[in-house]
Design a protein around this ligand. Sequence first.
Ligand code: VGL
Ligand code: ZN
Length: 198
Amino acid sequence: MTQALIVIDVQNDFCPGGALAVPGGDAIVSGINTLMDAFPVVILTQDWHPTGHSSFASSHARKDPYELAEMPYGPQVLWPDHCVQGSDGAAFHAGLNTDPADMIIRKGYNPAIDSYSAFYENDQTTPTGLEGYLRTRGITALTMVGLATDFCVSFSAQDAAKLGFNVTVLSDLCRAIDLDGSLTAAMQSMQAQNVHIT
Ligand code: VGL
Ligand code: ZN
């Protein structure tokens, strides 16, 4: 069994002062750096949206951030503009040690479809390629940490578990947005998919 650590979206825009700041988002950075030493494989994900991305409220008439929009693939929360490709907000937190990463996978680059999960876009059918990468390297167990617990961590963990990986989420090294009970809902959904939460 080969174990990989997947570090989700530890980027400036999800940290205090960022466009979509997650409370305490920066508090997990040093713990994640330390944890990297314990894993033979480290993978980072990076939310990476083009300007005018369809998940931005600013791309929709008469919509404010945190409202819902009906997309062809279902309801989508609309966010403040964040993690625009090449911007400082899209960069990893300066304190995050990116050197141990074997691979950095970007997601959310499709203008028409958001991608919370590191495995599938929000249409739940378009793959990012991460599954193939993990399988061809013989990785069967995944530990996930990062931002945000109730969106990108939760969707990634659930997809991984559905794909048959043994998934553990270390909640101490995650932080949540917690929009209208989204954290409680995410915890329940992850548990229902047999994600181990510690
Ligand atoms: C995320 C909302 C929008 C996340 C990314 O990383 O959890 N949340 N884009
Ligand atoms: Zn995003």
